[in-house]
Design a binder for this molecule. Structure first.
Ligand SMILES: CCCCCCCCCCCCCCCC(=O)SCCNC(=O)CCNC(=O)[C@H](O)C(C)(C)COP(=O)(O)OP(=O)(O)OC[C@H]1O[C@@H](n2cnc3c(N)ncnc32)[C@H](O)[C@@H]1OP(=O)(O)O
Length: 112
């Protein structure tokens, strides 16, 4: 059995979720200008399967800014079928990150 897929070539949802968390965290880190933690995966929707060989891209945007938290919408697209390429949205999620101090306590987001 491969590490991140089943025997049919479908990529596991956990792999996808991990990469979506990281993609959102890159933007969350920029917004917070420093350390963050994922506090909630508010929604996660798998629209289409991801297959071994797909070329995947992640797009993140701020959905909502709070006092200490920022909620990021992440969309994941897959390009497939190299002979006749198509790009489809495979997954989207809303994830909330909290800005942290060095000791792991929450802190207010810096001004936008
Ligand atoms: C240029 C350089 C580029 C570099 C580029 C690198 C970037 C790439 C970095 C990679 C970074 C890795 C990114 C993954 C990071 C982990 O995966 S961290 C591991 C998983 N997460 C954790 O371990 C966190 C554990 N939880 C905690 O430590 C505490 O819950 C926290 C986060 C400190 C929050 O403390 P708390 O006292 O429970 O906070 P609380 O007041 O209840 O809530 C705080 C805020 O969160 C909100 N919140 C709480 N629960 C929820 C919920 N269920 N839903 C929505 N919002 C919620 C609250 O509404 C509040 O928001 P504000 O109104 O203040 O805006």
């Amino acid at each position: 059995m491969p590490a991140d897929a089943n025997q049919y070539g479908d990529v596991f949802g956990g792999w996808t979720m991990g990469h979506i968390d990281l993609a959102g965290a890159v933007l969350g880190h920029k917004v917070a200008r420093g350390r963050i933690a994922t506090v909630a995966v508010n929604t996660m929707q798998f629209h289409q399967p991801v297959s071994v060989g797909d070329i995947v891209s992640f797009f993140a945007e701020v959905e909502k800014r709070g006092k200490t938290s920022v909620t990021i919408k992440v969309q994941m697209y897959a390009e497939r079928h190299p002979a006749d390429p198509i790009t489809v949205k495979v997954t989207e999620a809303l994830i909330t990150y909290v800005a942290l101090n060095a000791d792991g306590s929450k802190r207010e987001l810096p001004a936008a």
